[in-house]
Design a protein around this ligand. Structure first.
Ligand code: FDA
Length: 317
C-alpha cells in the first residue's frame, strides 16, 4: 500500500481531468488498459466471463463508472446493468443453487449517491432495480466500497437492501480504522463480505498508512470474518495473506466451500489457476466499459512495475 512513493500522486491523478486527457491521448494506453479491463463493450465482458467460467472460476462483472453527478448518467448505468444481468441470465451457470458463479459488482457513486439532492435515496432506488433484476436472473450483486466519506451511506444502503435481498454482498476495506468493528457487526449468518485492502487515498485520521499496519488490520478482519457465520470473500493478491488462509481454516473448521478467494482481472492469473486446481473457489472481478480511467489509475498506483511498464512503452513509441 505505502511501498509505492508515487501512489499519492497517481491517486490524485486518478481524479484529475487534465491528466485524464493526457493519458487518454497516449497511443500506448489502450494496449495496457486491456491488461486490466476486459474491453469497452458488453460482448467483451461476456467473452472474458466465458473464458473464466470455462477455467473453473466464478466472475463478478463491473460496468465501469463512478462519481456521477448527473441523474441521466446514473439512469444509463442502471440500464447497462440490466442488459448485463439479462445476458448473464442466459448462461447455464445462472441461478445455480448455493453459491452463484455469476455476480455483478456495483458502485453506488455511479448510481447517483453523490447527487446533491436525495443522492442516497436515488442510489438506493437504482440499486434496488438492479438487485431485483439480478434475483430474477439468478445472478448475485455485491456493492463496492469507495472513499471513506461514503462508507456510512453505502453500508446503510446495503443494510436496507438486504431486508429484501439477503444475498446482497458488501465490501469492507482493511486500511480503514473502523473496519475491524464493521467486520464484527457484519460477520453474522448469511452475510457475504468482501474484504480488500482498499484502493483510495485516505487521510491518517481514518486510515492506516503503512503497509505493515494495513496488512495486520487485514489479518485481524479476516480472522473475524472466518470465525463468524457469514461467507467471507478474500479479495487480495497478497501471497502472505492467501497463505494464512490454511491456518484459519484449520483453526475455525471452516469448509473450503464456506468462503472464496477473489482477484482482479489480469492480475496473478497463474495464482488464480493454482487455487482452483487446489480445490478453492476463486471469483475474478471483471471490469468493462469506456469509463476505465479511474480504475486503471488505481491499478497503476498499486504497483510501481505497472507504472514503469506504462511509462517505458509510452516513451519508446
Ligand atoms: P497488495 O497491493 O499489497 O499486493 C500484493 C501483491 O499482489 C503484489 O506484491 C503483487 O504481487 C500483486 N499485485 C497487487 N496489485 C497488483 C497489480 N495492480 N498489478 C500486478 N500485480 C499486483 N478496493 C476498494 O477500495 N473497493 C473495492 O470495492 C474493491 N474491490 C475489489 C475486489 C476484488 C475482487 C479485489 C481483488 C480487489 C478489490 N479492491 C477494492 C482493490 C483492493 O483494495 C486493492 O487495492 C488491490 O486488491 C491490491 O491490493 P492487494 O490486496 O492485492 O495487496
Amino acid at each position: 500500500v505505502m511501498s509505492n512513493p508515487l501512489r499519492p500522486a497517481l491517486l490524485a491523478a486518478a481524479r484529475s481531468e487534465r491528466v485524464k486527457g493526457a493519458v487518454l491521448k497516449a497511443p500506448v494506453t489502450r494496449s495496457i488498459v486491456r491488461r486490466f479491463v476486459a474491453g469497452e463493450t458488453l460482448d467483451d465482458a461476456m467473452a472474458a466471463a466465458a473464458a473464466l467460467l470455462a477455467a473453473g472460476r466464478s466472475v463478478s462483472i463491473d460496468y465501469l463508472g463512478e462519481d456521477t453527478f448527473d441523474v441521466g448518467e446514473a439512469r444509463a448505468t442502471v440500464v447497462a446493468y440490466l442488459a448485463l444481468i439479462a445476458e448473464l441470465g442466459r448462461l447455464p451457470q445462472a441461478g445455480v443453487d448455493g453459491v452463484h458463479p455469476l455476480e455483478v459488482s456495483v458502485k453506488l457513486s455511479a448510481l447517483g449517491q453523490g447527487l446533491p439532492a436525495d443522492g442516497d435515496k436515488i442510489a438506493l432506488d437504482h440499486a434496488r432495480t438492479i438487485c431485483s433484476a439480478a434475483q430474477t436472473h439468478g445472478v448475485w450483486v455485491t456493492v463496492d466500497a469507495e472513499d471513506h466519506t461514503r462508507t456510512d451511506s453505502t453500508l446503510s444502503i446495503v443494510g436496507s437492501l438486504r431486508a429484501d435481498f439477503p444475498w446482497l454482498g458488501a465490501v469492507v476495506q482493511a486500511y480503514l480504522r473502523r473496519t475491524e468493528g464493521d467486520c464484527r457487526d457484519l460477520a453474522g449468518a448469511g452475510s457475504r463480505i468482501r474484504l480488500c485492502k482498499g484502493a483510495y487515498s485516505e487521510p491518517e485520521s481514518v486510515a492506516y498508512q503503512s503497509r505493515a499496519e494495513v496488512d495486520a488490520s487485514y489479518m485481524r478482519c479476516l480472522a473475524t470474518l472466518m470465525r463468524g457465520d457469514g461467507y467471507p470473500m478474500v479479495a487480495t493478491h497478497d501471497p502472505t495473506i492467501i497463505g494464512s488462509v490454511d491456518e484459519l481454516l484449520r483453526e475455525t473448521g471452516r469448509n473450503v466451500d464456506g468462503f472464496e478467494h477473489q482477484m482482479l482481472f489480469g492480475i496473478r492469473e497463474l495464482e488464480q489457476k493454482r487455487l482452483v486446481d487446489a480445490g478453492r473457489r476463486v471469483r475474478v472481478y471483471v471490469p468493462y466499459g469506456s469509463q476505465w480511467y479511474g480504475y486503471f489509475m488505481r491499478r497503476l498506483a498499486e504497483r510501481p512495475s505497472n507504472l514503469w511498464f506504462f511509462m517505458r512503452s509510452a516513451a519508446t513509441r
